[in-house]
Structures are given as structure tokens and as C-alpha cells.
Design a binder for this molecule. Structure first.
Ligand SMILES: O=C(O)CCC(=O)C(=O)O
Ligand SMILES: [Fe+2]
Length: 112
């Protein structure tokens, strides 16, 4: 994979993202199942994922600063979203030294 797109999302402590599928890349790349590579920086989040668009039955995983989540192949079309941000969970140096404002930064790398 040679990523040529990076989407940057910043969530403040009340930020959320509804369940969705990532389908904006080219048909060819989606059919190949090329992955989305997602980096979390800052406050932790509760990340939801599911085969169907249903918040109540979705699986939950906590993503912490420094975590990398990869979804590709058969998982490329999972529904996923961010249900909440957990305030004051970022490594202290990110806020104090790097001056990251309270919240969570997410970078996803993809190949269009
Ligand atoms: O913030 C996240 O962990 C997910 C971001 C996302 O799903 C997207 O940018 O499409
Ligand atoms: Fe997404």
C-alpha cells in the first residue's frame, strides 16, 4: 500500500462521529480492501465498530494516544464511529510541552 491521502480529524472533549463506512476511495482500491490506517493522538476515545449500522449492538474498544488501528480486507467496510472522548486522558507532555489543546487528534492514511 502507498497512502496518498491523510484525513485529519480533531475532536474536542464533546466531539463524536456517527457510525459510517469509509467509501470515498476509488472503486479499485476499495475492492482490493486496501486498509485505512488510523493513528490516535491525545485524549482516549471509545471507538465503535460493527458489521451493521446499529450503535446498540456495536463492539467498543478504547483507543489511547499512540494507538494505531488498521482496518482492511474483509473489515474494510465495517461501520465505525467515535461515541465519546475521555477528557484529561492524554499523556501530560502532549498538553504541557506540545501544547495540544484538550481533545483528540486522529489521522487516517489511505490510498485513493
Ligand atoms: O477518529 C477516528 O478514530 C475515526 C475517524 C474516521 O472514521 C474517519 O475519518 O473516517
Ligand atoms: Fe471513518
Amino acid at each position: 500500500m502507498s497512502p496518498n491521502v491523510c484525513i485529519v480529524n480533531f475532536y474536542n472533549d464533546s466531539g463524536r462521529l456517527g457510525l459510517h463506512q469509509d467509501r470515498d476511495e476509488s472503486k479499485e482500491r476499495l475492492e482490493k480492501g486496501l486498509p485505512v490506517v488510523s493513528f490516535s493522538i491525545g485524549n482516549s476515545t471509545e471507538f465503535l465498530y460493527s458489521d451493521v449500522r446499529d450503535v446498540d449492538s456495536a463492539e467498543k474498544v478504547i483507543l489511547e494516544s499512540g494507538d494505531v488501528l488498521i482496518f482492511g480486507g474483509k473489515s474494510r467496510h465495517i461501520f465505525h464511529g467515535v461515541s465519546c472522548i475521555k477528557p484529561k486522558t492524554a499523556p501530560q507532555l502532549l498538553n504541557d510541552d506540545a501544547n495540544l489543546r484538550p481533545g483528540r487528534l486522529n489521522l487516517t492514511f489511505r490510498q485513493y
